[in-house]
Write a protein that binds this ligand. Structure first.
Ligand code: IFM
Length: 694
């Protein structure tokens, strides 16, 4: 139950498998491609939080050269799955140890390899590659550093220098922003092979004997903006040491992270696969936040969205709080950028970047999608109008404190951040009559741009200000703003449930065309046309991209009664296209809470299984948006603990209201609340046991 295995090779799976078999350590991500692949197959070694911009193209995270390139040939045959059909091919991912493996049998030769990105040393990755021939063969082997890097908005290196000596390759790349990447790699070849070097790639000649195993090793180390001074030793010796340390460290992460699900093997596997994807995102030394596509590449510019605070933070707060803290520290560090953005748009306080890079400045462009027919860029307003993110960050701060009890973060910038966010919302709102209104925004449903009084935004803004007030009072700080805050939240317009208990997503939403998702889809000119903006097919209708009011009811659950939650779930469910991977988990959590267990379970499976699918949405308009979906993995975790197990923290203790789905016999997981560790078991009859761990 801890191994993902896929058999067979099909060209159409190259890109999805690149995501599915991703390995990483929160600092580096290496895509699940094969050694003989090149940039055309989207080989990628992505560096998190390290960005570059080429001319006026989108600024995005950097991909490093590929240290694990290997291609084996004879005079007549290329042993690449791209050129020669293998007899059999298997790829696997050991989820417990975060090790990628491949096994490919050709008529004359069998190739096996394994690789990992070290969990112990942030900047190290290792590979072992073996061949066995079925007949004696004269082999020409290329192995080394492939400096032809796959990039979406590159070229990012204005200079690339490669120096090779004695099975070692050194690379120094200077980026357009004058930053540099230093990489050292070291290879070991089988005895009796001869080799010459061609610009980072060793050409090895080997007279291979029938049934003899030949092994190659490669170790790579990289460093951003600092030269590596240590040398790497012979790859073979280091490999076992690194592998042992890495496997042990990664395995230990599962101790508090695993969720055991009895009664449904697929649910168990999907959940563990999601947990694996969460675990490879965390890094205790490399302090940054997590981009929306995780470690899988440059999609969405490697930028950080609300995905991290709302969908990833709960998992890390319960299982590895120091990593959750680093997400908040990142927002504290980037407060200057958020203040600069507020100023630029004429507001006070902190207006966080919708797509945030290392300094917090906005990376989201004015044209985020293109028309797939004309290729014309389409104007979107995500950066200017998706203001809820600033409130989401304060929501996350409070969740983190509730779960971990760590209030020290408040005096280390957390309270100041909340203060600036409160100022921002108060300066953004307009007073009309006696009420403050939040006008011209985009809520989580991105298909309807520039709407007034989006329920999610207004309630979250109020909540963020309340959190600021609570801690400002507690710590007797910044009280000059308290009176203004109290007046503001008292007069802030909040769309209330109507007679049918429905909360209108934004002013005028109920007047939109009452269409179905299928009808709206049938109006698309081409399948990958963008549904949103005022010319999009969804815009004049009630069809929404993702959970919006339902996300509100999910996050601020205790502020609404069950009847309201039920009515809104039933109303919005059929209108939701789930065009975002952030949607399903919100419906799943809410569905479990109101007894819609079948749908809730389906939504959980959708959320947990998203990166196991080879049939993903790869384009929004004409823009490539492929990659892994960390928010969906984090959402799946939330859907089990908050939805199925019904976890709530009351008076610092875990209290459960279980709603186990049909067929699930039990759920078991460990969490930490305020430094106390618990093991929770929930059974089919909805009884449960909470054990305090030593
Ligand atoms: O943050 C999300 C947004 O809610 C929907 N579009 C994709 C973004 C990144 O995942």
């Amino acid at each position: 139950m801890f191994t993902l295995t896929k058999k067979g090779f099909e060209t159409k799976n190259i890109v999805p498998y690149g995501n599915m078999f991703l390995i990483g350590n929160g600092h580096l991500g290496y895509r699940g491609t094969l050694e003989e692949f090149k940039k055309k197959e989207l080989v990628g070694l992505n560096i998190i939080g390290f960005y570059d911009q080429y001319k006026d193209k989108w600024r995005e995270s950097l991909n490093a050269p590929n240290p694990f390139f290997v291609h084996i040939k004879t005079k007549d045959i290329s042993f690449s799955v791209l050129d020669t059909k293998p007899i059999s091919h298997t790829q696997s991912l050991d989820l417990k140890r975060a090790i990628f493996k491949r096994y490919t049998e050709f008529e004359q030769i069998t190739i096996q390899s394994e690789r990992f990105v070290s969990q112990v040393e942030d900047n190290v990755l290792c590979m072992k590659y073996q061949i066995i021939c079925k007949v004696d063969l004269e082999l020409d082997i290329s192995i080394g550093l492939d400096t032809a890097v796959y990039e979406i908005n590159g070229p990012h290196y204005k200079s690339k220098k490669v120096h090779s000596n004695n099975k070692k390759v050194e690379f120094v790349g200077i980026t357009n922003e004058d930053k540099f990447l230093h990489m050292k790699t070291c290879y070991s070849f089988p005895k009796r092979s001869t080799y010459i070097n061609e610009n980072g790639i060793y050409k090895v000649a080997l007279s291979a004997k029938k049934y003899k195993i030949y092994t190659f090793y490669a170790i790579a180390k990289l460093s951003e903006n600092q030269m590596l001074n240590s040398n790497i030793e012979i790859a073979e010796k280091l490999y076992s040491k690194y592998k042992e340390e890495h496997s042990k460290a990664f395995k230990s992460l599962w101790e508090y992270s695993d969720i055991e699900i009895a009664g449904n093997k697929e649910a168990q596997f999907n959940m563990r696969y999601s947990i694996y994807h969460l675990l490879i995102l965390g890094n205790k030394n490399y302090k940054t936040s997590i981009p929306a596509r995780g470690l899988s590449g440059q999609t969405y510019k490697g930028a950080v969205f609300w995905d991290t605070e709302i969908f990833l933070l709960p998992f890390f707060s319960y299982t590895n709080p120091s990593i959750a803290r680093s997400f908040l520290e990142y927002r504290i560090r980037t407060l200057t950028g958020a203040k600069a953005k507020a100023k630029e748009y004429g507001y006070e306080g902190a207006f966080y970047a919708w797509e945030s890079q290392e300094t917090g400045l906005e990376a989201c462009s004015k044209y985020n999608v293109t028309d797939p027919i004309t290729n014309e860029p389409i104007r979107t307003y995500f950066n200017e109008k998706q203001i809820h993110l600033s409130a989401d960050i304060i929501y996350a701060l409070e969740e983190y404190i509730k779960i971990t009890g760590d209030e020290s973060i408040l005096l280390e910038g957390g309270l100041e951040m909340a203060f600036e966010v409160a100022k921002f919302f108060m300066s953004f709102a307009k007073k009309i009559g006696s009420k403050f209104h939040i006008l011209d925004v985009i809520g989580p449903d991105e298909y309807h741009e520039r709407v007034d009084d989006n329920a999610f935004t207004n309630y979250m803004a109020k909540y963020a200000i309340e959190i600021y007030m609570k801690y400002a009072k507690k710590l007797s700080m910044f009280d000059c703003l308290l009176e203004k805050c109290a007046h503001f939240i008292e007069h802030l317009y909040l769309p209330k449930p109507n007679r049918k208990k429905l909360i209108e997503q934004f002013t005028g939403y109920f007047d939109l065309e009452d269409a179905t998702v299928d009808i709206v889809r049938s109006r698309l000119r081409v399948p990958n046309e963008y549904w949103g903006t005022e010319n999009g097919v969804a815009y004049p209708t009630r069809i929404i991209k993702q959970a919006d009011v339902i996300t509100l009811l999910c996050l601020l659950n205790s502020e609404f009664d069950k009847e309201t939650i039920k009515a809104n779930y039933n109303f919005y469910y059929p209108y939701t296209e789930h065009g975002s991977s952030l949607s399903a988990s919100m419906y799943s959590i809410t569905g479990f809470q109101i007894g819609k267990k079948k749908e809730a379970f389906e939504m959980f499976m959708k959320s947990a299984g998203i990166d196991l699918s080879t049939n993903q949405k790869l384009y929004a308009g004409g823009i490539y948006i492929g990659g892994t979906h960390p928010a969906s993995s984090g959402g799946a975790y939330m859907s089990l603990i908050y939805g199925m197990a019904g976890l709530k923290i009351i008076e610092d203790k875990p209290i459960l209201e279980p709603n186990l789905a049909k067929g699930i016999l039990s759920l078991q997981f460990k969490i930490k609340i305020k430094e106390k560790a618990y093991c929770i078991k929930v059974y089919k009859d909805n009884s449960y046991v909470v054990e305090v761990l030593k």
